[in-house]
Ligand binder design. Structure first.
Ligand code: ADP
Ligand code: MG
Length: 420
């Protein structure tokens, strides 16, 4: 694993107690699905995750559920905070065990109830008195309990459907729709699966609101060795010109450009189109049809440039994306990682370019520090900034220290990757 770029649990926004638990379990770093999923869940998004078996999906939902639980105000008597639906009893028991292990250091241990068929319902009814923080259930038994007024779902804040493809295909459809009808409209919905056959996509889409799609094959972790990271200083009002120049002078078949807002996505895409480039925007205000079409055109090579917001760009999975441009910087170090991870995938090589100016230089320096990076600042002839971005006080080094040999090696490595 790259020492340049090892993502850590602490960078995902989880509290210390949960990080300690991952430590206890010997998890040295988040898996790609955890990396992509946890921040999105913490932001309150509906998500739809497909990642293969063994990729660590359980912790990808248990950790943010526990974090949300820790942050919530006191639970009303009788209510259920999180409902985890699974297709089998075995999986319910296993999931409850994962919750126990990951909650080990929380100041208040969550009340977790397993509600599955095949065993007597009475102990489950007793246990559910007063509600629960987390209920892990199979659909049939959950409905029995609802019918007996043993559990109330009207206050559920988070719903997780694990092994959703199996949940949908085992003839659970009717039961699922009955359960969905009992949940409050605002409940956050998370859907996990190893595969998503076409037949259940529509069903999944109908259960989620504008879900963030996360599609990961294990091993697709951003690998800094395959990604040349460049930082170019340019005045904000000349970024589109510089982008056009870069597109002209590099033979990138596909370029994904990230911007901060939906508005900027449209504006930049329009400017590029007017300049004769095949470009399109991708953002959350577009209809799903428009988004799907833009993405399909991009993948098919009919579009050269896609200008996307973080949210819209998240699910993008293109095997050989040669270039990612941060036209606007990402808000967080984690988003930086998601963005640049769009390139250099599956053993390919790619370049990730960030535009900075005097007002964003400090923010970029923070992203670098978080990822232990120290990248050279470039200027491009004809696009030199009029207001130079201030150099970091101790470029490349820890505050107050001279550059270490390692820092120098990193810098040299970063320079060596800059394509001519
Ligand atoms: P999935 O649901 O995607 O099939 P699981 O959540 O069951 O995968 O996880 C598979 C195995 O990986 C489990 O044994 C789990 O403890 C382990 N695991 C999960 N996350 C990590 C991690 N970050 N580092 C190391 N092992 C992990
Ligand atoms: Mg699983």
């Amino acid at each position: 694993m790259s020492d340049l770029f090892t993502p850590q649990f602490w960078s995902l926004g989880l509290c210390d107690e949960l990080i300690r638990a991952t430590d206890d379990l010997g998890y040295q770093e988040p898996t790609p699905v955890q990396l992509a999923t946890i921040p999105a869940v913490l932001r309150g998004e509906d998500i739809w995750v497909s990642a293969k078996t063994g990729s660590g999906k359980t912790a990808a939902f248990v950790l943010p559920v526990l974090q949300a639980l820790r942050m919530r105000p006191a639970r009303a008597h009788g209510s259920v905070f999180a409902l985890l639906l699974v297709p089998t009893r075995e999986l319910a028991v296993q999931t409850a065990a994962a919750i126990d292990a990951l909650a080990a250091h929380l100041p208040a241990r969550p009340k977790t109830c397993v509600a599955v068929g095949g065993v007597s319902i009475n102990p489950q009814m007793l246990l559910l008195r007063g509600g629960a923080d987390v209920v892990v259930a199979t659909p049939g038994r959950l409905l029995d309990l609802c019918d007996n007024n043993a559990v109330v779902l009207a206050d559920v804040q988070m719903l997780v459907l694990d092994e959703a493809d199996r949940l949908f295909s085992l003839g659970f459809a009717d039961e699922l729709s009955r359960i969905m009808a009992l949940l409050p409209a605002h409940c956050q919905r998370l859907l996990f699966s190893a595969t998503f056959p076409a037949a259940i996509r529509a069903l999944a889409a109908s259960l989620l609101r504008e879900p963030t799609q996360i599609n990961i094959d294990a091993g697709a972790l951003p690998d800094a060795h395959a990604i040349a990271q460049r930082v170019i200083e340019v005045d904000a009002n000349r970024r589109t010109m510089l982008l056009r120049h870069l597109l002209d002078t590099h033979a990138w078949t596909h370029t994904l450009v990230f911007v901060a807002t939906k508005q900027a996505a449209s504006t930049v895409a329009q400017k590029l189109t007017r300049a004769g480039l095949r470009a399109s925007a991708l953002h959350g205000d577009q209809s799903q049809r428009v988004r799907t079409q833009a993405l399909a055109n991009f993948k098919a090579g009919e579009l050269q440039v896609l200008v996307a917001t973080d949210l819209a760009g998240r699910g993008i999975d293109i095997d050989d994306l040669p270039a990612v441009v941060n036209y606007d910087l990402p808000r967080s170090p984690t988003d930086y990682l998601h963005r640049i991870g769009r390139t250099g995938r599956a053993g390919g090589s790619g370049v990730a370019i960030s535009f900075i100016d005097a007002s964003t230089a400090a923010h970029f320096a923070l992203i670098e520090r978080r990822h232990h990076l120290s990248l050279m600042r470039e200027t491009i002839v004809g696009f030199e900034p009029t207001l130079a971005a201030p150099q970091p006080l101790n470029p490349g080094g820890v505050k107050g220290k001279r550059k270490s040999k390692k820092d120098k090696l990193r810098e040299a490595a970063a320079r060596a990757k800059v394509p001519s």
